[in-house]
Design a protein around this ligand. Structure first.
Ligand SMILES: Nc1ncnc2c1ncn2[C@@H]1O[C@H](COP(=O)(O)OP(=O)(O)OP(=O)(O)O)[C@@H](O)[C@H]1O
Ligand SMILES: [Mg+2]
Length: 412
């Protein structure tokens, strides 16, 4: 007996013949034209196999009528909407009683063939049944895709509603402050000192709005694939020290240790996009400080060949296991109380992951609620030994950096 040409469950023909000899002869016929088949010993096996997947089934009328357990009827009735199992039923020559015909027809989608069967007729009927079944499976796959698309659309819609709610909150808070402060500034009895304080608060509120807008523009730009990464030489230790310098005030205010010591092996220049790399590390350190109330935030860097590994570890609130993937999706926070307690819109990590991927790198997190989190970024960053050109940035890039440096400092 030769091997069936295609062993997929959904393409095979199930054979339930009156005798083992008949079954083997039939299987040989199918083999000879490359049709895969399986011989079933009884109706119970046929039903079990049908449930796994089937192209078509070849059964005798006697087997159907003798099915006391009604398993075939049950399996045919339990089919999903897209399915209509094709059955080819071999009947004895001669006329059938109307009652038996009615019983047979009630079973399902069947094609009756009188015995003795003409081989060409059997093969062409079988091919038609298999084609029909393939179309059914195609419909099943389309329905499954459709269901996924509907679920995704629903999830996107839900995320958008949550985003709008978060965003209104994020915009309203600094806007209220701005409107209130301008009134206070305008008051004639405000002292010089008070005015200075109000101006500072105005600046902080403005910065927070600008930061939000920058994040939105960033995510839109990354999604439009219009972000172009620079490839310029830069001093990695200097860059990381800059991040620490910017973040230090916030950590000090919260009474958290911010630890970083750049290893000597990382001295010298690397080639990459320093502004975007800074954005990645800043987002992670900013989150670490934001979600840590006591203890420390540690930035650790090491080099493995051409790959730089950056760990940002904290002793903060941690992230539940079931949220450790979703927090990288845009507008997603570990839970809704996060917004109330810590603010933010859930864009930082989405931007970070997209930037890391643009750099052919990876980002992961290990975290335990109540103990802390460690975010690890690995990015290929070749060293450069070439001389450092005086002007390494494009004008647009330099302008963007200036804007960022001036306008989006602490984002905790
Ligand atoms: N170090 C961390 N410790 C605990 N939870 C974290 C940490 N970093 C991120 N998270 C969780 O992941 C969520 C998503 O982080 P992400 O930076 O994207 O958003 P955000 O900080 O809430 O807001 P945004 O960065 O847009 O201001 C956070 O809301 C928080 O639930
Ligand atoms: Mg954040």
């Amino acid at each position: 007996m030769s091997e069936p040409s295609y062993a997929g469950l959904e393409e095979r023909i199930l054979i339930l013949a009156p005798t083992p000899k008949d079954a083997e002869t039939t299987q040989r016929v199918f083999d000879s034209v490359g049709l895969s088949s399986l011989i079933c010993a009884d109706m119970a096996q046929l039903c079990r196999e049908m449930a796994k997947g089937v192209g078509a089934a070849l059964v005798t009328k006697e087997a159907i009528l003798a099915d006391r357990t009604h398993c075939l009827q049950a399996i045919l009735q339990g089919q999903p909407l897209w399915s209509d199992y094709p059955l080819i039923v071999l009947t004895p020559s001669g006329a059938e009683s109307p009652q038996k015909m009615k019983l047979l027809e009630s079973v399902g989608n069947m094609t009756l063939m009188k015995r003795p069967v003409q081989l060409p007729a059997l093969l062409s009927t079988m091919q038609a049944a298999l084609r029909d079944r393939r179309r059914q499976y195609k419909m099943r796959d389309l329905l499954a895709d459709y269901e996924i698309a509907v679920k995704n659309a629903e999830a996107a819609n839900q995320a958008k509603s949550e985003f709008l709610a978060n965003m209104s909150h994020e915009i309203r808070t600094p806007m209220n402050a701005i409107v209130g402060l301008t009134d206070l500034l305008a008051a004639e009895n405000a002292t010089k000192e008070k005015r200075r304080e109000f101006l500072h608060m105005l600046k902080v509120s403005g910065q927070s709005l600008l930061e939000l807008i920058n994040d939105l523009l960033d995510i839109a730009k990354i999604e439009n694939e219009s972000v172009e990464l620079e490839k310029v030489p830069f001093d990695l230790c200097q860059l990381l020290n800059d991040v620490i310098h910017i973040m230090k005030t916030k950590a000090d205010t919260k009474g958290i240790y911010l630890l970083f010591d750049c290893p000597a092996s990382l001295g010298g220049y690397f080639t990459g996009d320093p502004i975007r790399l800074k954005q990645i590390v800043t987002n992670l350190v900013s989150n670490a400080i934001k979600f840590t109330d006591r203890g420390s935030v540690t930035l650790k860097v090491e080099l493995d060949g051409d790959t730089v590994k950056i760990d940002v570890a904290d002793t903060g609130i941690g992230i539940p296991k079931d949220k450790q993937e979703s927090i990288f999706s845009k507008f997603s926070q570990a839970d809704s109380s996060i917004t109330r307690k810590y603010g933010g819109t859930g864009l930082g990590l989405a931007i970070t992951r997209k930037l890391v991927r643009l750099m052919d790198g990876s980002i992961s997190v290990v975290s335990e609620p109540g103990i802390g989190s460690t975010f690890t970024v690995q990015i290929p960053l070749p060293r450069t030994h070439a001389g450092i050109p005086k002007v390494t940035k494009s004008r647009a890039h330099a302008k963007a950096e200036k804007l960022r440096q001036n306008m989006r400092p602490l984002s905790c």
